[in-house]
Design a protein. Structure first.
Length: 324
């Protein structure tokens, strides 16, 4: 299936008229399945309840720490018929992430609003690993407040000074095998998303990184009023669920049933996998997905067991030589 994910720095939602116009624009014009907002400036549960009433569907958030900065949220359309769980967020209104299962495809979607100060931004990106690590594919999107290439900025300084935060973003992209959704469609188009008022400065600091395993079929950025940022969306095709392509045949090694470590880990994972059932059309679809997960878990454990056995033999070889 094709999913549309969009990101938009709204630059505050306290104004009631702006609040309504932005939400309606996001629903009707962007029409995203998953919408990431930054700088909501909303700091109380009541304010987010009002946002939920306007949006009409499910969402998660990290509130701002003041009435004039921060605040991020992820909004979902109910047409997805999926499930969300494992909510993670920070205490500064800069990060929120949730695990999603939609039509059998599970992934973690993460909304970021990076600090303006370079040193703070570097620490922020380095701190994301503890939220993102795991076995699930990652979608990392939001306002990064830095760019990685010259094409992504215009008239923002004549030179590019060293910025460790850029390297931190590159490390995240490499570690989680991500691709720039907009650049996959528009490799040579600037596509800038932020514009300084009364100036000719601009940059593409709002980006959407998707797993390399998905196929990006479209991406655009365009102007919506009430913010100095433009929204960006990416349309991508979710990959087949495990074992759905029929390319190979795999037989479960029953000796693993006698491996206490494997059985303990499998029970732990199975409890988590059971919570994915609401995201599937049927129990049989869920079970096909789980069989793929069991296969991956068994292969990984078997490789680890072989490696440890080889290491033990390597350590034992000098002792055997001395014994002889």
């Amino acid at each position: 299936m094709i999913l549309r994910i969009a990101t938009f720095n709204v630059n505050g939602l306290h104004d009631k008229r702006k609040f309504s116009k932005v939400i309606q624009g996001c629903k009707i014009i962007i029409d995203a399945d998953i919408l990431l907002l930054q700088e909501t400036f909303l700091s109380t549960p009541l304010e987010y309840e009002l946002l939920k009433d306007q949006w009409g569907d499910e969402f998660v958030f990290s509130p701002s720490v003041s009435s004039h900065s921060g605040g991020v949220c992820i909004a979902f359309r109910d047409r997805l018929s999926g499930s969300i769980f494992d909510l993670k967020y920070d205490s500064n209104g800069r990060f929120v992430a949730v695990l999603c299962t939609i039509k059998g495809y599970s992934f973690r979607v993460c909304n970021v609003y990076a600090p303006n100060v370079q040193s703070d931004r570097h620490v922020f990106f380095k701190g994301l690993y503890r939220y993102l690590r795991g076995t699930y594919p990652v979608i990392l999107a939001g306002d990064f407040n830095c760019v990685l290439k010259k094409i992504d900025r215009y008239n923002v300084g004549q030179t590019t000074p060293p910025d460790p935060s850029r390297d931190a973003v590159r490390e995240l992209i490499h570690t989680f095998q991500l691709a720039d959704g907009y650049r996959a469609v528009h490799p040579q188009t600037p596509g800038h998303t932020w514009f300084r008022v009364n100036s000719n400065q601009s940059s593409r600091i709002d980006r959407i990184y998707v797993p390399k395993e998905v196929k990006v079929c479209n991406s655009e950025t365009f102007c919506l009023p009430y913010s100095d940022h433009n929204p960006v969306y990416v349309d991508f095709v979710t990959p087949n669920t495990p074992d759905s392509n029929g390319k190979s045949y795999w037989k479960y090694n029953v000796s693993l049933n006698r491996d206490k470590d494997f059985c303990r880990d499998l029970r732990h994972h199975y409890q988590m996998w059971s919570s994915l059932k609401p995201g599937f059309d049927s129990l049989s679809d869920w079970w096909e997905n789980i069989k793929g997960r069991i296969r991956e878990h068994a292969i990984k454990h078997s490789k680890s067991r072989v490696r440890k056995k080889r290491e033990r033999l390597t350590l034992a070889s000098p002792l055997l030589s001395l014994h002889r």
